[in-house]
Ligand binder design. Structure first.
Ligand code: SF4
Length: 636
């Protein structure tokens, strides 16, 4: 590894801008050792360490099939389209690497052939899109829809043609050998590295027991980058969900398939319609306000709404009966029957199960209602299915440690035996960043806070000449402060929700919007990379504690209390520490970046837990004086 990462090493010779980074070499050595000794390893490697190369090179030399799982698609793309070609050139040999996305990104060949012989398309747009996809199907090697640049994101045709698991007939499909997924699976079998994201990885892990459903081949090691996102994603896939969308999609698939296979009968059509009606009726029983709510009173709910509940169950059963009486059943009908059985099973579990390991809740979002069962503690599942059976696992992120250790991540994820490494930051935070903690602001839980915070934001923006992200933990607070600031600054103001995320970021960076200020919440706290002067200040309104009334957070807090833990210090504080590190991490993205971080929440200075936050942040220079902020920007 020294010969590769060391001063004057292979990387330095292969890249003119390469700089020797001791932390990168240290990480590469630790990852190499983890492969050799079959260890688990956790590494916190701050921005600028060059951590992707620090695990890719040892992974490639390990002689094992390694899965690399990332939190975001951006990082997945960066590894596959930038780092891998760079390494192939550097090493002077082609690398065996496979890029995998979720099944819905790929074309189902069989659906294309079926649709061609029995067109059931709606409107000219679908007809044109189908012609384009049909022509592309003959040429493409991968079947990945990303190659279809002209296909709109919200194409109504694509869901009729994608390779979702629910509609796939697997080995019984006549196109199985030529299927893009079969080919991808074969490519993965011949690869040394398989690059996926956490969603695909955990979706696969959750169904791995059922052999037909698994898409990843066996692997000897896994590297999780952006590992701080694992718990949330794993909880989704080891939980259960039933939504209006899932039911509507099922009804659409059933209609389309039965027509295509010329098996539609009047009773079947009526049964599908009845299911659609009962779905609507049942889900309309949930109160209208949007948000996430506990569903602890399921028993009373069932007593009150037994008719709608059994009406829905009966509609599922009636459709099953009608499908069963079909004389000749193509394989697709068996797939529908399997899905119906899963729907009934999930529905019964979500409404009737008393399994204490799950929290039951629902969410109303846009037009949809989602019933959910989420594991309260995903760590035993991950231990049993992942950390115990897989010899080498590396978890890394720029934000994984709290107070210099990994106790929190280990407890949440079920990591039991692991080596640990917290790398020294690559950036000179003392020089590059100033953490400003204003004095005298009211407690963020009081009514006076909003007005005072807006005034402070105005003063800071004046000093920073705009060029800032103002990050919030709630939409309501974001809007209130935005309204108070609007019209009082001479820089363009951007507000989350007024345009898609990507468009807002483009506007923020556009020279036409010099000095722009973006007001945003959760989705901008991480995975956003704006290097350079355009982002010179990040203001955070309050410590990002998860909303305590959120049903999943509440259940986790209660779960920890029941086993004698201290949920505040064991869960809520460390969780907020990681979130704050992420938010502040938006500011310094390169060695030449400099700027001010401001936290308007005085509790970091006055409460005992404040020091956990301060000890966990990179070693920023710190001040309570606005004059220092002014000086910092003048010096810049
Ligand atoms: S195997 Fe499944 S995804 Fe592949 S072509 Fe056949 S039905 Fe479609």
């Amino acid at each position: 590894m020294e010969a590769c990462f060391g001063p004057g090493g292979l990387l330095a010779r292969g890249h003119e801008n390469y700089e020797y980074r001791p932390g990168q070499l240290q990480m590469a050595l630790a990852v190499e050792e983890a492969f050799r000794q079959r260890w688990h390893l956790m590494v916190e490697a701050g921005t600028g360490t060059g951590k992707t190369l620090a695990y890719l090179i040892p992974a490639l030399s390990s002689g094992q099939r390694v899965v690399i799982s990332t939190g975001t698609k951006n990082l997945q793309d960066q590894i596959y389209f930038k780092d891998v070609p760079f390494l192939a050139k550097l090493l002077g040999r082609p690398l065996r690497v496979c890029y995998m996305k979720g099944r819905a990104n790929y074309l189902c060949r069989q659906k294309v052939y079926d649709l061609e012989s029995q067109p059931v398309l709606h409107g000219l747009e679908e007809v044109e899109q189908f012609a384009e996809i049909r022509a592309w199907e003959r040429l493409t090697e991968t079947g990945d829809r990303a190659e279809l640049a002209g296909l709109p994101e919200d194409s109504a045709l694509w869901p009729k043609l994608d390779a979702r698991r629910e509609t796939c007939t697997g080995q019984k499909c006549p196109s199985f050998d030529r299927c893009f997924l079969t080919k991808m699976h074969q490519r993965a079998l011949e690869s040394d590295l398989i690059i996926v994201n956490h969603h695909l990885f955990f979706a696969d892990l959750a169904v791995r027991e059922r052999e037909y459903a698994s898409i990843l081949p066996d692997y000897g090691a896994v590297i999780f980058d952006e590992a701080h996102e694992m718990e949330e994603v794993a909880s989704t896939y080891f939980g259960l969900a039933l939504s209006t969308w899932r039911l509507e999609e099922f009804c659409r698939d059933a209609e389309q398939m039965l027509r295509l296979k010329q098996r539609m009968t009047k009773p079947l059509h009526r049964a599908i319609q009845r299911l659609a009606e009962q779905t609507h009726l049942f889900f309309s029983l949930f109160p209208a306000p949007e948000g996430r709510f506990g569903f602890e009173d399921r028993e009373q709910f069932l007593e009150r709404n037994f008719e709608a509940y059994s009406g829905f169950q009966n509609a599922l059963l009636a459709l099953e009966t009608e499908l069963n009486v079909l004389a000749e059943k193509p394989e697709e009908v068996h797939t529908l029957l399997r899905r119906l059985a899963e729907l009934r099973e999930d529905f019964t579990f979500l409404l009737e199960s008393r399994d204490k390991r799950f929290v039951f809740w629902y969410e109303r979002r846009n037009r949809g209602v989602f019933l959910q069962a989420t594991p309260i503690d995903v760590s035993p599942i991950l231990y049993e299915r992942l950390f115990e059976p897989v010899d080498t696992i590396v978890l890394t992120s720029a934000t994984l440690a709290v107070g210099g250790n990994f106790d929190f991540a280990k407890a949440r994820l079920g990591v039991r035996r692991t080596r640990e490494l917290v790398l020294e930051p690559h950036f000179d935070y003392q020089e590059q960043a100033l953490l400003y903690l204003p004095q005298g602001l009211p407690d963020p839980n009081t009514a006076e806070f909003t007005a005072a915070a807006a005034e402070e934001v105005l003063r800071i923006l004046e000093l920073s000449r705009g060029r800032a992200f103002v990050l919030f933990t709630s939409f309501q607070q974001m809007r209130q402060i935005f309204e108070r600031v609007q019209g009082k600054v001479r820089y363009p103001l951007l507000l989350q929700g007024t345009a898609p995320k990507r468009a807002l970021l483009e506007q923020f960076q556009s020279p036409a919007n010099a000095g722009a200020v973006l007001f945003a919440t959760a989705s901008f706290w991480q995975g956003v990379d704006v290097p350079g002067e355009q982002l010179s200040c990040v203001i955070v309104d309050r410590l990002p504690f998860a909303v305590p009334s959120d049903p999943v957070v509440k259940a986790r807090v209660e779960g920890l209390r029941e086993v004698g833990g201290n949920p505040f210090y064991d869960y809520q504080v460390p969780d907020a520490v990681i979130a704050l590190k992420q938010g502040f991490g938006r500011l310094i993205r390169s060695r030449t970046d400099r700027g001010v971080l401001a936290l308007l929440d005085g509790r970091i200075q006055t409460r005992n837990y404040g020091k956990v936050f301060l000890e966990s942040l990179p070693p920023y220079r710190m001040t309570r004086q606005r004059a220092d902020v002014e000086r910092f920007f003048l010096d810049g």
